[in-house]
Design a protein around this ligand. Sequence first.
Ligand code: UDP
Length: 325
Amino acid sequence: MRILITGGAGFIGSHLSERLLSLGHAVTVLDDLSTGSADNVASMRDNKDFKLRVGSCLDEPLVIELVDQADYTFHLAAAVGVKLIVERPVHTIETNVRATEVVLSAAATKQKRVLIASTSEVYGKSEKVPFHEDDDISLGATCRSRWAYACSKALDEWLAFAYCTEKDVPATMVRFFNTVGPRQTGRYGMVLPNFVRQALKNEPITVYGDGKQARCFGHVFDAIEAIIRLMNSDNAVGRVFNVGSTEETTIEELAIRVRDAANSHSEIQFIPYEEAYAEGFEDMPRRIPDVNRLFETTGFKPERTLTEIIGDVIKDQKSTLARES
Ligand code: UDP
């Protein structure tokens, strides 16, 4: 197939591109290289089945052309990272909502299959774990910019469901939980690359809040396997799926495990949320996916453990640090 990946020069998108090429597909990446980078796709530049189009998902004629040429579209382009979202809420809302609308409307002309990336942020402040796809969502007040991201992504899902029912677009929605692995940058605030980098430099490891908040970290290779299986499943059309690991850790535990795995002397420093983000910042205490729907539809369960993940990220950050020095 020819596959279009918006945001294909980003962390998840670039791994997905490599995997699809290795499976014999042709891949076109549309990316504005804002949070993604040409380096992420450098290894594919000479592959005759790979094309990089530098451009925006808000460029409607371009998106129409590329979606039309593709058999399947992964719409991964989005404003991501809590730090970026808190700092640039206008950009976040506009990018996430408008771009998804452009992609879905392009897919509607010939009923092209499309996968819309969403996020576990959509569950918001819900305390009923594990999170099931059909659970109610519970977002915070509109004066807190963090929730604009969750809301923009929830609206993307509503749009996708609406295009499915009203315009027969065969869309699949995916809520990515914390996805980590090689190539992820800590620049937009993501915790694991940050901790690993701090540990390798023997700098303080910055745990925000009391560190008791818990997350499940999934390897990007598992996330990619899951979405490729969803691409190949007719049963995935018109539905939303959680994609992530179910191995839970607190952020304080994560800091300790990273420090140990990196043989580091870093101290662990607790930083209040107001200092790390902004006054009144709200975090989620726990976030665990229910992955039964994914398993029942594709037979896939995440395989890689947190120990393997931390090891892979340490290896990757070591080579990044060596390149920088
Ligand atoms: N976090 C932290 N130190 C950092 C970066 C993040 O303690 O240097 C915390 C953050 O407040 C959150 C968790 O780690 O509770 C995961 O953050 P991330 O931004 O990676 O993903 P989120 O789960 O917030 O989407």
